[in-house]
Design a protein around this ligand. Structure first.
Ligand code: ANZ
Length: 937
């Protein structure tokens, strides 16, 4: 073997790994398990850029490390392959999304393999594969067949609920169910028809159909989830999004609100991620209070119920506000106010919930003409409608307290409504929070003189006693909309009979996507599946229509980590044995963009599956790390502004202050160390720099300007890992990406530094082969100094990897190689261990060196991570300056733990010391441990 030929080495070992299935893992290896998971990618048409592998490299290093530490490591990869881009491409080109997806996946796999990841490819999954989505449909079916029992606080089979109905009706059932669920007795239940019974169970099922206000995006022809909408437009494509009431499949995630919160305390995630989830779930502790209507309307609607987190402010209530959509509005509005109210409702429809929530400036509303009575003191309170009150939160009504709430205060000012000061310490609403802690109530009936805590407690007891209210915990979390009006997603395994949904039989799964002529909605506005011909379920000689919407992107990703445990199982989503062996993900690495989408839905499905006994763990992802984004480092050229673009002039960055210029992005791949390859630029961009373009240079070079931006095609700053691998090798790329900075931090990509990393690997090579490429490794015994370098490095690397500090581990490796280089250490005993240490970072070169060292077994991944020995890692000696009468005369080394008495004896016996003492006796010897020795004569 000659020089360090990364191409040859990497090709050779990638071939070896794949032929020998080096990274294939068994579900039982007699070793402890460790599961390292990457958030699986959507295979986009653009392929990977250097930002994508950052997290994959980190997880690969960790997996390889754990394997060397004796664990049986599951480290799989797959594809979240249903999604909008493939569908949009299909709409434009007619190409079936399955074809595009397949091509993209092939490209992804080859790019990933090129980087030397230790994935067990035999476990690859694709969410769009019928053998996979058969199980996504099965999980949907389990949700359909379950209800949430609040007494046991878990999901249970729907048959158990039906048994209770049969025995005692539903009066005492404590379930998560629709608000409009009627109460019935066992006798009534038995008298219902089959269809009536079925319709009633639908009110309890974990997944159900409902009219829901959704984010409708006409441009994409589909409903979007909240996290797919940014600033009122679709995240993909930037199409306008409007609020629309539609019939949708829903998931009763709200049943799990508290458990989703509680679980956060048990996982090792970053505080910021946990905080985002907590905010999304939005737990509020407060009270429900019923305000009687002054003029009763029909039957039971004789009060307005509000949810408040500040029941203590009830004496400060001066008006009431209902959401414009509140069902009472039509009933209570007086004839005189009707026109005003209707006009207001019309206008409110045009604003999205997000706008309504974020807009704190606009004050608008309308008086309904109705009044309610304050339950505490029977004061008459006018009822308004205003869109700052949201229909979907709490009860859709608020008791307004202008002295306590900014929006209520603005509203009161605008409509000239009274403000009642209720706290003595309350000067103005700005310092209301402090006042709450310190102040005592005035003008406040039964709570006069009380503190906040006392008042809250007293009022809730009073309300409960009088049956006009109760303590209540509210969550901002809403049930999740589960329907998408798209083609490229999982079909929902449901058909409709007389308007009611029924599940397909298990043996009829998967319900595969049908063939359609176009990937667009039908002429009547049905989703694309409505185009499929004869696509119906045949039961007992009848044909029934299938559900036409498909599942959302998050369905397939909400359980995929279980499929990797047993990917080829045709009897179950994974066998019981596989699940009890792997249990959960020990380390999960991925981007922060999934904080409130994927990571919340997966936890929800996981808890559900746990309740039903399908899985073991309450939380699926023990530890989670978010890799920081790799930003692009854009390069710019500066075109002098001119009327004559047939002969454009570009000035080098340093010269631009003297000109009036337009900065233009230039492809970073034709820029080296900020110097532009002018010829390549002319050739590649004839649109802006033709043959006769002029370049004003600095020192004979055209220097580009630089800016850090998002890595994206439109900014010409995308760096393709394939190009880097080709030039420097995957090992260099892997080390370089880790070296860029702490894993969790955002950082710009800068190809300029990569040479240094490449040189590091060549230096490593030089410990084995000399300049003339001769093998120089010997069997000589390592010196103490060499062992010290090695063992300190082992200790540091181990601590760094355990702490996920990959960048500092890389620098220690670099220091180690430098030090061994200076010591001219070519000893096998040291180098073998070094190779193992480096192998998680640079697996190809490590395999090669491991093999040429003649090590058995044949792959470094089966080696054992070296053990550092304490004797080599402590700085065991300290060099003491030795003073004679205050002047340093020499220095002597002693063990750091040597006792002062023995130091004193040795110092006095030392020749140099004796020379300076000139035969006089020592009057005193002062030994300051690890500092200094002073001899006084
Ligand atoms: C009286 C009050 C006095 C309130 C005060 C706040 C401060 P969180 O913490 O987010 O749960 N509210 C209730 N339902 C609402 C709705 N549908 N739309 C808009 N606002 C609503 O907020 C609960 C508080 O937000 C409730 O407590 C209610 O106003 C308001 F000094 O009641 B509060």
């Amino acid at each position: 073997m000659g020089a360090y030929n990364h191409k040859e080495i990497e090709r050779k070992w990638q071939g070896f790994w794949s032929e020998n299935e080096t990274y294939k893992v068994d579900n039982k290896a007699g070793k402890p398990k460790y599961y390292v998971l990457d958030m699986f990618p959507y295979p986009s048409g653009a392929g990977l850029h250097v930002g994508h592998p950052l997290g994959y490299i980190a997880s690969d290093i960790y997996s390889r490390y754990k394997r060397l530490k004796g664990y049986n490591v599951l480290h799989p990869m797959g594809f979240d392959s249903f999604g909008l881009p493939a569908e949009q491409y299909a709409i434009q080109t007619g190409q079936h999304p399955a074809v595009t997806t397949e091509n993209n996946i092939t490209r992804y796999i080859s790019q990933l393999k090129n980087l030397g990841f230790s994935y067990d490819w035999s476990r690859e999954v694709r969410t769009s594969d019928p053998s996979y989505y058969r199980w996504t449909q099965w999980i949907f079916a389990q949700l359909f067949n379950s209800w949430y029992n609040r007494n046991t606080d878990k999901a249970e089979p729907i048959e158990d609920l039906i048994l209770i109905f049969e025995k005692e009706g539903n009066g005492s059932i404590n379930a998560c169910c629709d608000d409009d669920t009627p109460i019935f007795s066992a006798n009534e239940w038995r008298a219902f028809s089959g269809e009536e019974k079925h319709a009633l169970t639908l009110k309890y099922r974990m997944t159900y159909v409902a009219e829901a206000t959704v984010n409708w995006c006409a441009g994409l022809g589909s409903v979007l989830s909240n996290d797919e909408v940014k600033d009122g437009v679709s995240e993909r494509g930037g199409f306008p999004v409007e609020q629309k009431l539609m019939r949708q499949w829903m998931m009763r995630i709200t049943a799990y609100a508290q458990r989703l919160l509680d679980g956060l305390d048990t996982v090792e995630w970053t505080d910021s991620l946990k905080e985002q989830q907590r905010n999304w779930i939005g737990r509020s502790v407060g009270a429900m209070v019923r305000f009687e209507l002054e003029k009763p309307v029909d039957g039971k609607d004789n009060f307005v119920e509000v949810f408040t987190t500040r029941v203590d402010t009830i004496y400060g209530v001066t008006f009431m506000v209902l959401a414009p959509e509140h069902e009472l509005v039509a009933k209570i509005t007086t004839a005189e106010q009707r026109a005003d109210v209707e006009q207001y409702i019309e206008n409110a429809k045009k604003r999205s919930e997000r706008d309504r929530m974020s807009d704190v400036k606009t004050v608008s509303g309308a008086f309904t003409g109705a009044y309610v009575l304050n339950p505490l003191n029977s004061e008459k309170i006018p009822v308004f409608i205003a869109d700052y009150v949201l229909a979907g939160y709490g009860t859709g009504a608020v008791m307004a307290v202008p002295s306590g709430d900014q929006r209520d205060w603005n509203f009161a000012r605008h409509f000239d409504l009274p403000v009642i000061q209720i706290l003595d310490a309350q000067k103005d609403i700005e310092n209301e929070a402090d006042a709450t802690k310190e102040g005592r109530y005035v003008n406040s009936g039964m709570i006069d003189g009380m503190t906040f805590a006392e008042a809250t407690q007293a009022l809730i007891s009073w309300l409960e006693e009088k049956q006009v209210g109760n303590g209540k915990v509210n969550y901002r979390l809403r049930d999740a909309v589960f329907s998408r009006q798209r083609y490229w997603g999982e079909p929902v395994p449901v058909y409709f009979k007389n308007g009611l949904p029924y599940l397909l039989e298990d043996e009829d799964l998967p319900l595969e996507l049908p063939v359609v002529d176009k990937y667009l909605p039908t002429a009547t506005g049905e989703p694309p599946l409505g185009r499929a011909e004869n696509w119906q379920n045949h039961v007992d000689g009848n044909s029934y229509n299938y559900e036409l919407s498909t599942m959302p992107g998050w369905a397939g990703s909400s359980w995929y980590w279980y499929r990797y445990m047993d990917p080829h199982n045709t009897e179950a989503f994974a066998s019981k044995e596989a699940i009890s062996y792997w249990q959960d993900v020990d380390l999960y690495i991925g981007g922060t963009e999934h904080a409130t989408g994927h990571l919340l839905y997966s936890r929800f499905w996981n808890k559900f599956m746990k309740d039903r006994g399908f899985v073991i763990k309450e939380e699926p992802f023990k530890k989670l790390i978010n890799q920081g984004m790799i930003q692009g480092r854009s390069s710019f050229v500066y075109r002098v502004k001119s009327d004559n673009y047939s002969r454009p002039v570009f000035v080098s960055a340093g010269l631009k202050p003297a000109y009036d210029v337009t900065p233009l992005h230039v492809d970073v791949n034709i820029v080296t160390n900020d110097v532009l390859d002018v010829e390549a630029f002319k050739l590649s961009r004839p649109d802006i720099a033709g043959e006769n373009a002029e370049f004003v240079l600095e020192d004979g070079k055209y220097i580009c300007g630089v800016e850090v931006e998002k890595m994206s095609k439109s900014k010409f700053n995308v760096v393709n890992p394939d190009d880097i691998v080709d030039k420097y090798g995957a090992d260099t790329l892997r080390i370089y990406e880790m070296f860029l900075g702490p894993l969790e931090q955002a950082k710009p990509w800068n190809t300029n530094g990569i040479d240094g990393t490449f040189r590091f690997l060549r230096k490593l090579w030089r410990l084995f082969y000399n300049d003339t490429e001769q093998w120089v490794v010997t069997d000589a015994e390592p010196s103490k100094e060499e062992l010290k370098v090695l063992h300190k490095t082992i200790k540091k690397i181990e601590a760094d990897i355990e702490g996920f500090s990959f960048n500092t581990a890389v620098s220690s490796l670099m220091v180690c190689v430098n030090e061994l280089g200076s010591l001219k250490c070519h000893k096998k005993a040291v180098l073998s261990e070094l190779v193992v240490l480096i192998s998680p970072y640079a697996p190809h070169i490590a395999e090669e060196l491991w093999a040429v060292l003649g090590n058995q077994p044949g792959t470094v991944s089966d080696a054992t991570f070296p053990q550092w020995e304490p004797q080599y890692v402590i700085d065991d000696v300290f060099e003491y300056p030795v003073q004679i009468n205050g002047k340093v005369r020499t220095s002597l080394s002693f063990a750091v733990d040597a006792d002062p008495k023995s130091i004193e004896a040795e110092v006095l016996a030392n020749e140099t010391v004796q020379k300076w003492m000139e035969g006089k006796p020592a009057r005193k010897v002062i030994v300051v441990p690890k500092r200094i020795v002073n001899v006084v004569i």
